[in-house]
Design a protein. Structure first.
Length: 103
């Protein structure tokens, strides 16, 4: 698992739940949606103040709690402008552990 780092256990994030982790000074939100894990930079790229962990899920998108910008958890694409796309991280699950690729 070259660039992957263990950040949580699957038992810690049940379906429909989320968890924020800090890795190398980065705050990253992990979401379990139907058994699939998605990871996104926790800070909204619009104003860089809102934690996305507090946002509202809409399918596989997260809606910023401050201004309502939506970010696709698979791609990071913002519904308003590509200038505000969010950084997403590839996830992998092995032996009950969630790994993120930080590249």
């Amino acid at each position: 698992m070259n660039n992957f780092i263990s950040v949580a256990r699957t038992a810690d994030i049940h379906a429909g739940e989320r968890k924020r982790v800090e890795v190398n000074g980065r705050r990253i939100s992990i979401f379990n949606i139907g058994g699939e894990y998605y990871a996104i930079n926790d800070t909204c790229p619009h104003k860089k103040t809102a934690p996305l962990i507090r946002g509202t899920l809409d399918g596989i998108a997260i809606k910023c709690p401050n201004h309502g910008y939506r970010f696709d958890l698979k791609t990071g694409k913002c519904n308003i402008s590509p200038d505000f796309n969010a950084k997403v991280f590839t996830t992998r699950v092995e032996n009950g552990e969630i790994f993120l690729n930080l590249d």
